[in-house]
Ligand binder design. Structure first.
Ligand code: NG6
Ligand code: CA
Length: 505
């Protein structure tokens, strides 16, 4: 009996009244990449970089063509992945600054806490970017960093607390900065601490990549960052080593928990700028640093899968691979990502990317694999990363606390490749909380832009002025080139109303 049939005997879809968990719960590993576009990987049409590990995952599983992440930026997508709640419902859930307090309050039910309650050992390895520490003070970098992942359901965490372009460039294990020497305390702030402090403005000659707008803070490893820090010398990472850490930590963690039912969220920092890969990958692709980072990401994915293979757990583990938001070429660090693109199309046929709400922002590569349980092939069912929480809960018979994971829908039958599954019928997408929404219903997509402009001028988005509303038909116009609102006024009005109702709900 396959794992799914075993689980189905105890009542999939009846999570609220779950009985005893099944004797052997399936393991779950979710790998969420950073700033990876729909068209960046080979199995989604990417031509610039070989991605054998991700392609191999697709060859062993289901490759979704209409899967989404929740937002055009990282923090809201990760917020929704964890909480199953649309981030636009929670003010302040946009891109988290270096000293952001924890955005998800301690005790909030999450994908991790729900699975933990059901008997899973839970871990997160990689980028966090959801704030640490209590409000309003935020993180105590030299003390106990709490609340954080451990207060919302993770048993173990080894995280990059913000992003690799922000300070502090350290890793946090559970509640503490790793390798911090108490005699060299870490200070983090948004202002230059002293007039003598070396930052990217005062010492541009020490930069290995020029930054022009916001990464003008403290220089670390030859790169200007957002924000300032001093101290913490023994704790500082080398950007070149991060991917190796995600791979080795995942390997260690998976070996340690091979006999538990486990839920592991792996969140590599690649390909977020600054794209500084390990020496092994530098210059290995024709796309420059951005391409090298895709190659490094692919390697990381391969390492995680290899570990599961080595442990003989491939058939007992459901793997999801996806991205947190669409692509961006130059994100301040001048790494020639635009010039070196050639015919590689990071957003595939779609328009836009990171920071907006066009399909390029949220349509994500999304592969689900579990040989023996999930068929091999392609799926056009609409699913979203926000749905993983309710889907997994239903699958393993976990109890969802009343009112929790409210926007997460059980799409597990679609993830399992059931032909009768319907997937989502509608979905709201957002930018960073700047007031743009995409509302997809069937093949129709309403784009609402309250500000009249959207960020990311590259990637098929030349038009600067964006109308407040536009309606697109994705099946006939996946690139969102033709606003058909005037010819479909009634439908557009209905969708505007529904979108507002969902926002206000
Ligand atoms: C933006 C930064 C960008 C990047 C992004 C977060 C500026 C002008 N841009 O505000 O460089 O850090 O935040 O990216 O500061 S994300 O993938 O983590 O959402
Ligand atoms: Ca991102």
């Amino acid at each position: 009996m396959g794992i799914y049939s075993l689980v189905s005997c105890i009542g999939v879809g009846t999570s609220a009244h779950a009985q005893k968990p099944p004797a052997k719960l399936p393991n779950i590993v979710v790998i969420m990449a950073d700033d990876l576009g729909y068209g960046d990987v080979g199995c989604y049409g990417g031509t610039g970089v070989a991605t054998p590990a991700i392609d191999d995952l697709a060859e062993r599983g289901l490759r979704f063509t209409q899967a989404y992440c929740s937002a055009g930026t990282c923090t809201p997508t990760r917020f929704s992945l964890l909480t199953g709640v649309y981030a636009f419902r929670v003010p302040g859930s946009g891109i988290a600054p270096p000293n952001s307090p924890a955005l998800i309050p301690a005790g909030t039910p999450t994908i991790a806490s729900v699975l933990k309650q059901a008997g899973y050992h839970t871990g997160i390895i990689g980028k966090w970017h959801l704030g640490l520490g209590a409000k309003p003070a935020g993180p105590d970098w030299n003390g106990k960093l709490s609340p954080g992942p451990l207060e919302i359901g993770f048993d173990d965490a080894l995280i990059l607390p913000t992003t690799n372009d922000r300070v502090p460039p350290v890793l946090v294990r559970n509640h503490h900065v790793e390798n911090l020497d108490p005699n060299d305390p870490l200070w983090v702030g948004s202002q230059r601490p002293t007039p003598e402090h070396h930052d990217a403005r005062s010492h541009p000659e020490s930069l290995r990549m020029t930054t022009v707008s916001s990464h003008l803070g403290t220089i670390h490893n030859g790169l200007g960052r957002i924000g300032y820090f001093t101290g913490g010398k023994t704790a500082l990472f080398r950007d070149e080593d991060l991917a190796d850490r995600w791979a080795s930590e995942s390997n260690r963690w998976l070996h340690e928990h091979a006999n538990d039912p486990f839920f592991l969220l792996v969140t590599p920092h690649s390909l977020h700028a600054p794209r500084i890969v390990n020496e092994r990958f530098q210059g290995t692709t024709k796309l420059g640093p951005r391409g090298d980072a895709i190659a490094e990401l692919d390697w990381t994915v391969g390492k995680v899968v290899q570990t599961l293979d080595d442990l003989n757990l491939i058939e007992q583990t459901l793997i999801v691979f996806c991205s947190d938001n669409g692509p961006v070429l130059i994100d301040d660090y001048q790494d020639r990502a635009d010039e070196l693109l050639g015919d590689h199309d990071p957003n595939g046929v779609f328009r836009g990317g990171k920071y907006n709400v066009y399909e390029g922002a949220t349509r994500t590569p999304f592969i689900v694999s579990m040989p023996g349980t999930i068929p091999v092939g392609e799926s056009g069912k609409m699913v979203c990363t926000i749905d993983l929480a309710a889907s997994f809960a239903a699958w393993v018979g976990a109890k969802i606390p009343d009112g929790a994971l409210r926007d997460s829908i059980d799409v597990m039958p679609s993830l399992l490749g059931k032909t009768e599954a319907t997937g989502r019928t509608e979905l709201v997408q957002q930018d960073n909380g700047w007031g743009s929404f995409g509302y997809r219903k069937g093949q129709w997509k309403l784009v609402r832009c309250d500000s009249g402009a959207m960020l990311n001028s590259e990637l098929k988005m030349k038009k600067k002025q964006i109308p407040k509303y536009a309606l697109y038909h994705l099946e006939s116009d996946p690139g969102e080139t033709e606003n058909v609102q005037a010819d479909n006024q009634e439908r557009a009005n209905q969708m505007k109303k529904e979108l507002q109702q969902i926002i206000d709900a």
